[in-house]
Design a binder for this molecule. Structure first.
Ligand SMILES: Cc1cc2nc3c(=O)[nH]c(=O)nc-3n(C[C@H](O)[C@H](O)[C@H](O)COP(=O)(O)OP(=O)(O)OC[C@H]3O[C@@H](n4cnc5c(N)ncnc54)[C@H](O)[C@@H]3O)c2cc1C
Length: 413
């Protein structure tokens, strides 16, 4: 069911998904109440993620290529929609250097299998015309990947552990920069009322199909809207359950931490290109230039996992020494594969350790080739009447899903 322009919508969750939905709806004339439990917008997964705008390279264990095709569709729209809502394109300093993919010798896929997967991504992207490809941060080369030769590989990587390296056209955006842009846009939008420190407790629908929510601070009081959007990510299953929806298959929450650095070195260190290590429990280096890095190491950085309906935050209450150990373990892990990482002096840099929940359908872990975690095409909005619940799945998909939700609630035509 759709509602006419000017009607009221409650958007629950102030991460990238909630902000994009709010902006998309406000620009269609809806009046939005945006509820966020924390004291500020975009402070969880949407701030602490790697910002990779996936073209599908990392999903090589989905032999159907459905994940790559699905994510590519959202990623090719990311920049355009974000620019439209926030009133400007991302600058070069807000985008990472292009990613390399380094194939670990213990990888679930051999370099030849990775090569074959990358070739299928090449075919997928060729279905898009040049303008659509250019919308992906100006990408214009015909080839989207190239395997480095042995000399190039040995220059930056420990070849006892790294079997092959590919350079690609894939990029990350700086989630902190995106957070600033989206927050400013939301605050400037007259049709959006931001309600911080407000935890939504439940959502129900009455006999006439009108949805209403209650707040934890005032559980007896119900607030009715023409439509409600659940964009709470870590709390989504619980809120869905209050609406009467139960998950129909297993799921997993994993809490992953990463390190943001500022001014780790004065200039760009050419030995630290943006790199994702595949395929298994490894990590990533994201280089935003001028000593700004995002560094992660899965074996020590994935600090909790649960199949509970509501995951807890394992970073809360962690003492300083435990945090410092997490930071140095990230560097040590990466230095096994990229020796230059060992030269990074965290004491000389401003560092921030943070993390967020990763929700995915399936169980097992990423070192299990059978795990459904290697597939991410079964994500996006699900609706019943005027209640909409969105499994963002991936940061890169949030703008496209926001457009889809807005079109469902308030069609343009
Ligand atoms: C370490 C890490 C790396 C990642 N890397 C990538 C990547 O490179 N590329 C990619 O595409 N994806 C990546 N992801 C996934 C991506 O971060 C998420 O898919 C995305 O950020 C989810 O956005 P969201 O807005 O749905 O959730 P969030 O950003 O978590 O926002 C949800 C908000 O809802 C609020 N909330 C929760 N419950 C309630 C409630 N009951 N009432 C009110 N407010 C509530 C929360 O406080 C939160 O602010 C990564 C995730 C992590 C953790």
């Amino acid at each position: 069911m759709t509602v006419a322009k000017g009607k009221s919508v409650a958007v629950i969750g102030g991460g990238i998904q909630g902000l994009c939905v709010s902006l998309a709806l406000a620009q269609r004339g809806c009046k939005i109440d945006l509820f966020e439990e924390n004291a500020c917008l975009i402070s969880e997964a949407s701030l602490w993620n790697e910002g990779k705008i996936h073209l599908g390279f990392v999903f090589g264990n989905d032999s159907t290529s459905r994940t790559a095709a699905f994510l590519m569709k959202g990623s090719l729209r990311f920049n355009e929609l974000l620019s439209h809502w926030s009133g400007g394109t991302l600058t070069e300093s807000e985008i990472s250097t292009p990613f390399r993919y380094a194939v670990h010798r213990d990888s679930l896929l051999s370099p030849e299998q990775v090569d074959a997967h990358f070739s299928s991504i090449q075919s997928l992207i060729e279905h898009y015309d040049e303008d659509q490809r250019r919308a992906y941060f100006g990408f214009s080369d015909r080839r989207i990947f190239r395997r480095l030769d042995d000399t190039e590989t040995a220059r930056d990587f420990d070849t006892d552990r790294v079997a092959a390296v590919f350079e690609t056209g894939e990029r990350s955006v700086d989630p902190q920069a995106v957070a600033r842009r989206l927050t400013q846009a939301v605050m400037a939008e007259a049709g959006i009322t931001v309600l911080l420190g407000q935890r939504v407790d439940s959502c129900v629908q009455d006999d006439k199909g009108t949805p209403s929510i209650s707040l934890t601070a005032d559980p007896g009081q119900r607030h009715s809207y023409d439509a409600v959007v659940n964009a709470t990510w870590r709390d989504r299953l619980r809120l869905d359950a209050t609406f009467g929806w139960k998950p129909d298959r297993p799921w997993l929450f994993r809490y992953k931490v990463a390190l943001h650095t500022e001014s780790l070195c004065d200039t760009d260190d050419p030995r630290l290109p943006s790199t994702t290590f595949v395929l298994g429990p490894y990590g990533a280096i994201v280089n935003f230039g001028k000593g700004r890095y995002y560094l992660s190491w899965y074996p020590t950085g994935c600090i909790a996992s649960t199949q509970a309906l509501v995951p807890s935050n394992p970073l809360l209450g962690l003492c300083d020494s435990a945090r410092a150990k997490l930071e140095s373990d990230i560097i040590k892990g990466l230095a096994q594969l990229v020796p230059a990482c060992a030269d990074l002096d965290l004491r000389a840099a401003q560092t921030k350790l943070g993390g967020g929940q990763i929700f995915a359908w399936g169980q097992g872990d990423i070192d299990d080739p059978q795990s459904q975690l290697h597939q991410r095409f079964d994500i996006g909005p699900r609706s019943a009447g005027r209640y909409h619940s969105v499994d963002t799945g991936k940061y890169c998909m949030a703008p496209l899903f926001a457009e889809q939700i807005a079109e469902g609630i308030c069609p343009k035509s």
